[in-house]
Unconditional design. Sequence first.
Length: 456
Amino acid sequence: MNTLRIQLDAVQLKHSNIRSLQAKHVKSPAMRRSTQKTTTMVLSVDTTTDLKAAQRTTLNKSIKLADPIPEAGISRAVELMESGRLFRFDRDADTLDEVSRCEVDIAKYMDFSYAVGMNSCGSAIYLAMKAIGVQPGDKVLSNAFTFTAVPSAIVHAEAEPVYVDCEDNYILDLEDLERKIKSSGAKWLVVSHMRGKVSDMDAITELCAQHGVRFIEDCAHSLGVMWNGTHSGHHGEIACISAQSYKLLNSGEGGFALSDDDDLAAKLIMYTGAYEKLYKNHALRPADEVFERLKAEMIPPNYSMRMTNLTAAIIRPQIETIEYRVNRYNTRYEKVEALLNDLPHITVPKQLEQIRPVCDTIQFNLYDLTPEQVETFLQESAAHGVKLEIFGAAENARNFRNWTFSKVPEDCSKTEAIIGMAVDCRLPAAFDDEDFDVMCQVIKESMEVVTKAASA
Ligand SMILES: Cc1ncc(COP(=O)(O)O)c(C=O)c1O
């Protein structure tokens, strides 16, 4: 088969502009006597559509790219697999298991006395609630703007979620928190730092103290975030972090609960699955008397939510590079933030001034757009390689309307309005700086399609 290449300098063609391409066999009069045929290609082009559309920028990398595992993590994981010692309690008497080492590393980084490795952050939140004393039927306050895993953990603890509205910058609305504390009578709170947006923790601590509310912190997205120079998670009784792939630590699945409290740490250790005297294998643990005193009251349930040595091996070298990566993320974010804030109908909300953020993602609010225009914007971006998500979209697991496993709140209209226009976008570490320029250009051009159509 012959390939015919046609160079058209004046216009750029894209598939949708080409109406038809036909081959016709014609013979010129001069060639009538010849047996040779000339083939003419007839190209029919639709010039009514905007040919410039073909010049649109496209991002050719996925914004869902997870961070690769460092070489040191891979070789340690292979070593462990070769030894078969994947269970955290399978170790020589005189060596530390990999999970204990990892707990020491993460506790040191976050400045906690104790860390307990688990199979996920959802498990950590669940066990943290059990440890502080949440009972079946209790009401537990939490953010209406978060991920489904958080209310699911509350339901797992057989408790009832009470949802609190958020502000434009996605943090807890303190007036609504106080209102709901009073109206529900709840004595527990799970503060979720969704997408690393840390609420006013000093004010929340004071409010909770006033009303006798005890709380834990979901730091799944706030690892590395500082509040006035202190790691997030230190206001509540227990901090829970995640090592699921799209977080700052990537082990596919994994999490930790961190605390400074002896009793809570001992309970968490035993709940995860340190049965009999296995708590002695934890490098970070309170005195044996604490465990034995708790066991004398009641042998705690073993919920089997331990972390494996393999997971810990993968996580450990990533902890060493958190600060380096945070600086890199934040520098890139500032540029993306400025570019997006320059665009019409887009605003990137500011975080509280007490925060040292970790910007591995960016969220921005759309304004003065109809739902149809929002849809066009999303479709245009996706068609050009940038798959943005609206938190309030019909099937989004961060839209509280989809949390039908328990009572869906009807008093969170503020959150509903915000998540209906709030856009979520990852800023993958694996991207080069230029990829973010391309990403912003795609977003800009997608918004231009919307604004041009509106002014036409
Ligand atoms: C805000 C938030 N909290 C908690 C979790 C639960 O984390 P994991 O997947 O480790 O259970 C997630 C999961 O993405 C989350 O987004």
